[in-house]
Each structure stands twice: as structure tokens, then as C-alpha cells.
Design a binder for this molecule. Structure first.
Ligand code: FAD
Length: 493
């Protein structure tokens, strides 16, 4: 049997890929390569550079537990600081020589005769690796709207995830399509500089204020004294756990989120002066059905004279603007698509075709059996393959806590394989079925099953009406990544 090129191949150098690599190194598994499509690390924070981009989770939590920065400028760091943090982690942990940048994975298939993955690259090469870890992200591939004529617009068109920094919006007539989490951040930034901003909204978003402050001096000082970072981290973790996973995953037990509609409406009343505009901005679905926005000036931006909110459905894009179904055409110079990402489409996670045992395609497996993955990490029929943030892996808290949990799970499997001299590791069908049944049994507690969620147009729901988010707390996910029975996997040679 030939020795594969690498023991492990990791696809993606976002925080999941970086976390995987650090965890592999810590376990003494140094023979790996990360393949990354773009020319730098950071993933989300590499691609998304639109004005106003910032994290929605306090910075004390949105970082690795073992690499806490004392450099965050604000309680919610701006995007460029996250990008710098990714670069810092890559350099500090010596990962740069192990990343092949500007190289895209086009497909991967499992070779059963040798127990290796054959991974095709856009350079024309095929690499082999014993294990394949997918860290290609979930919010990675921009979703382009299916609107007639979207390619025919003669002016500049850009997606928020591919911001064109050479474009000067000053004094321009700008249209923005979409009012999701990215639009909430970008609209208040560009409204003061453009001549006219027309916002096309399909579904309003619940927006809440955010304690977004420059980090006060005492907090910065506290980060430099022994234990100071830990205290801030734990306070922040407790806040995040309480307001995200515990509120969303235990909704029927924990009534905390039940009053959030009232809070959201009171905030709308305070911020938006015109009752007609306010009504258009008021969601008809309950808080939690869809990712909310957090911003201190998004709603009040609609008080500006140069901002118009259009809720009439879009009919088509013309060469010079956006036409709505009531016959109005809005002439604009620039078209911004704030239309989000492909998310849990079976051909998007991973971003390339994966073929497992017996020639089985992962996309088809999920199409036929619904989205599922044991502990959000592995699927039966796909030996030696693991994915960070697979279905039912994410609980809604900071991604970092889950990256650390899932990479720990993966590396436990790889260490066990080394101990048993196994060349094939595959989750057992019964373990996968047990986990999926548990997810189904527990999901009734989640916030997503309120009747009004049908009105939310939410990307949480897949085409089967499933919400592949894990109905547990972060603490449980972390604990289980350390305790799941290793016998849930078959280790063979
Ligand atoms: C605008 C925006 C704001 C966000 N804000 C928050 C927030 O406030 N809090 C929070 O917890 N999360 C937030 N997220 C979610 C965020 O995606 C995660 O927190 C985290 O960054 C995901 O890291 P990742 O490594 O899993 O994926 P990504 O960051 O998406 O990285 C995936 C990497 O894989 C590469 N890749 C993909 N396909 C291939 C291929 N075929 N070959 C080679 N390379 C490939 C991509 O180029 C990318 O670099 C936000 C996401 C977006 C888009």
C-alpha cells in the first residue's frame, strides 16, 4: 500500500481550518496540509470587507480560548481586526508553510482499495491523504438572487461578500437588495455618503441595539493582569450562552426569548419616526425564527430623507435600475446585493463534490436521507472524512467554542486510529441514527417551531423544513466532544 501524500488534508483556512490545524499539531499530528482557495487566511473575514462589518458576538467570546487577544479595540471587533487575528494565529502557530493558498479543491473521492482520499485541485494535481477534514465554511458561497435581468444592469453590481473598494459611492444613487444581517451593518455606513439609497426589503429583520463600545481603559488594563482575561471571557461566555443557545434551543422551557418581540417593537417605536415606514420594518414573525440584526443606527437610518424603503416585490432588473411589480422603476448607479449565502444547500456544504464508499455522493446522501451528521461531524459511508459545522453541529453561540469542540472530536478519532493502527475510521450507522433520532426528539424545544416562522423566509430552514442546528447548549456540545464513545466508530485496516 502506498503512503499517501499527507496524513490529513484540511480544506479551508478560515477559523475552522486554523483551529483544526492547531489541534492536529497539539496532538502531535504534524503531517497535514491546508488548501485554501484565496490568498490569505480568515475565511469570512477575508471575503467580507463591506463598510461597517463587525462581529455580533462579544469579542471576548469570538476568539480561541487558548489565544485571547488583548488588542480588541471595541466590545464587538470590526472585521479587519478579525482578519488580523487570523493572520496572527497563522503566524504564531507556524501554520503559514502548511497552507497552500490560491488553490481550490474541486472534488474528493474515497479510494477504498487504499483507504485514502483523492483530492482534486484546480491546479490540475490530485493529492492523496489518509484523512480529509472539511472546513470550507457554511456562509461562504454568495447567494445571487434569482431575479430577471440581474446580469443586465449596466452600472456597478456587487455582492456584500465581494465588496469593490475601488468603487466610490459618494453622491451616487444606490440600490441595496436584501435586509439581512450584512445589510443591517452596511446600510447605516453608506447612507450618509450616497445621494439616494433605495432599500428593497422582502422580509423585515428584527433589530436590537448592541453594547458596541470602544473598550474602556479599565477593561483593557484588566486584560493585562493575571486572570483578567479569564474573568472577562467567562462573563462574556455566560452572556452569549444565555442570550443565544439557551434562549433559542430551550425556548419552550426557558421563557427568556418570549418577551423579545415586545422589546423589538419598543425599539422600533423609539427609533423610526414615520409610522408607515415603521410598520413596514416590523416583522410579522416571532423573534428567533430568523437571524436577528444587532445595530445601534440601522433602524434610525430610515428616518433620513435620502433613504427609501421599498417593500413592493421586485419584478426585474433593467439596464439602469430596479423595476417593481407596481410598475415603478428606480433608476440607480450602483446595485448592491445583500442577498446572503447559499448556507445548508446540499451542494454547498462542502463547496465541492464528495464521493464516499461505494461511489456514494454526499450531496445525494443528504438529499435522500435529510441533512444529518453524527455529532455534526461525520457521516456513515464516508470513512476518514470529517466536517466542521456539519448538520446538527452548531448550537448558535460563538463559532469558536464549537470549532474547538468539533476539532477535538475529530482529533480524538485520529489519535485512536493511530493507537489501533487503523487506516479506516467510519462512524457506525447505528451511532449516526441514534444521534439523528435524538436531534429529532429534542428539537421541539427550539425557538424555530413557532407558527409564525413560516413567514420568516429564514435560511435556518432547509428544503425539507428541517433546521439542522443542534438543540443543545454549548456546554453539552463541548462535553460530548470529549466523552462520545469511541466505539461509535469502526476502526479497521
Ligand atoms: C458577514 C458575516 C458575519 C458573521 N458574523 C458572525 C458573528 O458575529 N458571530 C459568529 O459567531 N459568526 C459570524 N459569522 C459566521 C462565520 O462564518 C463564522 O463565525 C466563522 O468565521 C466560520 O469559519 P469557517 O472557517 O468555518 O468558515 P469560513 O470563514 O467561511 O472559511 C472557509 C474557508 O474555506 C475556503 N474554501 C471554501 N471552499 C473551498 C474549496 N473548495 N477549496 C479551497 N478552499 C475553500 C474559503 O475560501 C474560506 O476561506 C459571520 C459570517 C458572515 C458571512
Amino acid at each position: 500500500m502506498r503512503v499517501p501524500d499527507y496524513h490529513a488534508l484540511v480544506v479551508g483556512a478560515g477559523f475552522s481550518g486554523i483551529g483544526t490545524a492547531i489541534t492536529l499539531d497539539r496532538a502531535g499530528l504534524h503531517d497535514y496540509l491546508i488548501v485554501e482557495a484565496c490568498d490569505g487566511p480568515g475565511g469570512t473575514w477575508y471575503w467580507n470587507t463591506y463598510p461597517g462589518i463587525a462581529v455580533d458576538i462579544p469579542s471576548f467570546s469570538y476568539q480561541f480560548s487558548f489565544e485571547q487577544s488583548a488588542e480588541w479595540s471595541r466590545t464587538y471587533a470590526p472585521g479587519h481586526e478579525l482578519k488580523a487575528y487570523a493572520e496572527h494565529c497563522v503566524d504564531k502557530y507556524g501554520l503559514r508553510p502548511k497552507i497552500r493558498f490560491s488553490t481550490k479543491v474541486l472534488g474528493a473521492s474515497f479510494d477504498e482499495s487504499e483507504n485514502v482520499w483523492r483530492v482534486e485541485l484546480d491546479s490540475g494535481e490530485t493529492l492523496t491523504s489518509r484523512f480529509l477534514v472539511n472546513a470550507s465554511g457554511v456562509l461562504t458561497v454568495p447567494n445571487l438572487p434569482d431575479i430577471d435581468g440581474v446580469d443586465s444592469f449596466a452600472g456597478l453590481t456587487m455582492h456584500t461578500a465581494r465588496w469593490d473598494h475601488t468603487a466610490d459611492l459618494t453622491g451616487k444613487r444606490v440600490a441595496i437588495i436584501g435586509t439581512g444581517a450584512s445589510a443591517v451593518q452596511v446600510i447605516p455606513e453608506i447612507a450618509p455618503i450616497v445621494k439616494q439609497l433605495t432599500v428593497f426589503q422582502r422580509t423585515p429583520i428584527w433589530c436590537f441595539p448592541k453594547a458596541d463600545l470602544p473598550l474602556p481603559r479599565p477593561a483593557r488594563l484588566a486584560m493585562r493582569i493575571p486572570g483578567g482575561k479569564a474573568v472577562q471571557r467567562w462573563l462574556s461566555q455566560a452572556y452569549v450562552e444565555l442570550t443565544f443557545p439557551l434562549a433559542a434551543q430551550y425556548f419552550t422551557i426557558n421563557p427568556m426569548a418570549k418577551n423579545m418581540d415586545k422589546v423589538g417593537k419598543a425599539y422600533l417605536r423609539r427609533e423610526v419616526h414615520d409610522p408607515v415606514v415603521r410598520d413596514k420594518l416590523t416583522p410579522r414573525y416571532a423573534v428567533g425564527c430568523k437571524r436577528p440584526g444587532f445595530h445601534n443606527t440601522y433602524l434610525s437610518t430610515f428616518n433620513r430623507d435620502n433613504v427609501e424603503l421599498v417593500t413592493e416585490p421586485i419584478d426585474k432588473i433593467t439596464g439602469s435600475g430596479v423595476a417593481t411589480t407596481d410598475g415603478t422603476t428606480y433608476e440607480v448607479d450602483v446595485l448592491i446585493l445583500a442577498t446572503g449565502f447559499k448556507v445548508m444547500d446540499t451542494d454547498n456544504v462542502p463547496t465541492y463534490p464528495v464521493t464516499g464508499r461505494g461511489g456514494q455522493s454526499l450531496a445525494r446522501f443528504w438529499d435522500e436521507h435529510r441533512l444529518q451528521a453524527y455529532e455534526g461531524v461525520s457521516m456513515p459511508g464516508f470513512p476518514n472524512f470529517f466536517t466542521v459545522f456539519g448538520p446538527y453541529g452548531y448550537v448558535g453561540s460563538s463559532y469558536f467554542a464549537l470549532i474547538e469542540a468539533q476539532t477535538h472530536h475529530i482529533v480524538r478519532c485520529l489519535k485512536q486510529a493511530a493507537r489501533r493502527r487503523a487506516t479506516r475510521v467510519e462512524v457506525r450507522q447505528d451511532a449516526n441514527d441514534r444521534y439523528f433520532a435524538e436531534m429529532m426528539r429534542k428539537r421541539h424545544r427550539q425557538i424555530f417551531w413557532q407558527d409564525s416562522c413560516a413567514l420568516a423566509n429564514s435560511y435556518y430552514f432547509d428544503k425539507n423544513g428541517d433546521v439542522p442546528l443542534r438543540p443543545t447548549s454549548t456546554v453539552e456540545a463541548v462535553w460530548r466532544s470529549r466523552r462520545f464513545p469511541l466505539d461509535d466508530y469502526a476502526f479497521t485496516s
